[in-house]
Design a protein around this ligand. Sequence first.
Ligand code: NI
Length: 173
Amino acid sequence: MSLRPILIHPDPRLKKRCAPVESITPEIGKLAEDMLETMYDAPGVGLAAPQVGVLARLFVMDCVKEEGVAPRPMVLINPEIVSTSDEVNTYEEGCLSIPEHYAEVTRPARVVMRWTGLDGARQEEEFDGLWATCAQHELDHLDGRLFIDHLGAIKRGMITRKMAKLKREKARG
Ligand code: NI
């Protein structure tokens, strides 16, 4: 396993619609392992393939936060939403591609998702709480959407300008 560099917004690769994973090759297995390691190292609760520069429909997540509870690393390949609740939930979201910026985003409180696992089996599960927020945030990434795209234009522009400035400063060293 190895850590992969995480792309920082603004980056055109974070705005692309990703292509379905056609078959679960050893390369995809390695990518998923690397993404989990990169996510835990960051640390974060979710990471989508485009965030490491791979434009494929795959994300990883683990929203277990309780002390003493075993981690639950999940790999979701070609995920899709089957249904969402009418009830909504507002969470303060962040993103490993937009470090140090957080904002409240309102999304359906529960979501049923279907995806393919690394073993090739199709799976379906209902997520709620942080899991539901995270799953929808990560699925957004696969369609080139960031959490700031759920905010108003003024707030989004402010964060994007700050991030662009930070990237320029980093590039200069
Ligand atoms: Ni994100």
